[in-house]
Design a protein around this ligand. Structure first.
Ligand SMILES: [Zn+2]
Length: 78
C-alpha cells in the first residue's frame, strides 16, 4: 500500500475541504511585482478569500486548480 495521494487542501482557516481554486496574489510591500503567492480555496471559500485579498489590492488571479497545474507556474505570462 502506497501513501494516499495528497490532494491540496483549502487555505481557509479550519477548512479541510479539497481545493478547487488557486488564488494568485502579491503584496507589493513584501514581494517583487512578478512574484506570486498562492492560496488554495474550495468552492465555498473562493469568494471569501478572494475578497480578503481583493480589498487589500493583493489579488492578481483566480484560476481553477486543474488549469493552474496544467499551465504550470510563472513561465507563461497572461
Ligand atoms: Zn474551504
Amino acid at each position: 500500500m502506497g501513501p494516499a495521494p495528497d490532494s491540496p487542501m483549502c487555505s481557509a482557516k479550519g477548512c479541510r475541504a479539497d481545493a478547487v481554486w488557486v488564488l494568485a496574489w502579491n503584496n507589493p510591500k513584501l514581494h517583487t511585482p512578478e512574484r506570486r503567492k498562492t492560496w488554495l480555496a474550495c468552492e465555498k471559500h473562493r469568494e471569501h478569500l478572494s475578497k480578503f485579498l481583493g480589498v487589500r489590492g493583493f489579488l492578481k488571479d483566480v484560476v481553477r486548480l486543474e488549469d493552474w497545474e496544467s499551465h504550470g507556474t510563472g513561465s507563461h505570462a497572461g
